[in-house]
Design a protein around this ligand. Structure first.
Ligand code: PMP
Length: 296
């Protein structure tokens, strides 16, 4: 599904077949979760394709690496260039790109200088699908920001996401909504959360969430649409009285929510600001800020 015998991946400066890529069984990322990654989407356009917000994603990769004491051996420009070359080598335009920075053999609890950079791409449908989602409030909280850098995209943090999604699916829901340690709404297991009430959008502030690049894009688009966005802490009870709600994330784009813990939203998604924002988002992602330029 992610690769076949023709797929080419980037590994430490080399282009190799995906089925030939391998890592040490003693790597620290696998044993202790110290690695960082990104999830990026490319979209086909008239010029070929646009790696949407490449700079922002690779800046976040760099930020996450720095927070975990990992020295990234490539610049943002080099990583951007690698991502375009990766798509080219795999004949992909509409695709999902996964850069992963993992560490070498190390059983200590200190990072190592042996830093590996892997990048792969594959075709991936909208992660949460198109159907409005039945969401449950998770019994798992988002990690306490004093226990880790919750705003960084660190491999080990995703055990929290896996627990929350698995719990939700086992109970017959599509996805989980996690609260923070104070009981306020934080985010989904791999997406940020917005709700709409009386024409205003509300989303939790930075602090207990991964402040997503899609979230920032939606906030910019809302400004263009003339819809006010308020970043504030709120409880789940405030969400129950809302008109609509949706998740935002690179993989899931803008995903409508039908209900939370069985409580349906009042109004139709097609009449919501979220839906208008989704149509705008689909336009924006194709725009290539590098149009006409050769990226080196
Ligand atoms: N929160 C979490 C926990 C995530 O994993 C993601 C996906 N990266 C997001 C939010 C959304 O971030 P983005 O819009 O940058 O993909």
């Amino acid at each position: 599904m992610y690769y076949n015998q023709d797929s080419i991946v980037f590994l430490d400066g080399k282009w190799i077949r995906a089925d030939e890529a391998s890592a040490s069984m003693y790597n620290q990322t696998m044993h202790y979760g110290n690695g960082v990654f990104e999830g990026i989407r490319a979209y086909q356009n008239a010029d070929g394709c646009n790696v949407f917000k490449a700079k922002e994603h690779f800046e976040r990769l760099q930020y996450s690496a720095t927070k975990m004491h990992i020295e990234l051996p490539y610049s943002i420009e080099e990583l951007t260039h690698i991502s375009y070359e990766l798509l080219d080598k795999n004949d992909l335009t509409d695709a999902y790109i996964r850069p992963l920075v993992y560490l070498g053999a190390n059983m200590s609890l200190m990072p190592t200088d042996e830093v590996h950079v892997f990048m792969a791409a594959w075709k991936w449908e909208k992660y949460l699908g198109d159907k409005p989602l039945k969401v449950m409030v998770s019994s798992y909280q988002r990690p306490n920001p004093r226990s880790c850098h919750v705003e960084a995209k660190v491999v080990g943090h995703y055990t929290n996401s896996i627990l929350a999604t698995t719990e939700a699916k086992k109970l017959g829901y599509d996805e989980a909504l996690l609260l923070d340690m104070h009981g306020n709404v934080a985010e989904g297991s791999g997406a940020n959360f917005f709700y709409e009430k009386e024409g205003i959008l509300y989303t939790p502030p930075a602090g207990n969430i991964l402040p997503g690049i899609t979230r920032a894009t939606v906030m910019e688009l809302a400004k263009d649409l003339g819809v006010h966005v308020t970043e504030k802490n709120f409880t789940i009870d405030e969400v129950y009285g809302a008109d609509h709600a949706f998740f935002t994330g690179t993989a899931s784009e803008i995903a409508p929510i039908e209900s939370i813990n069985g409580e349906s939203f009042k109004n139709s998604w097609l009449d919501s600001a979220g839906h208008s924002l989704y149509l705008m988002y689909r336009q924006k992602v194709r725009f290539n800020e590098y149009q006409g330029l050769t990226i080196v």
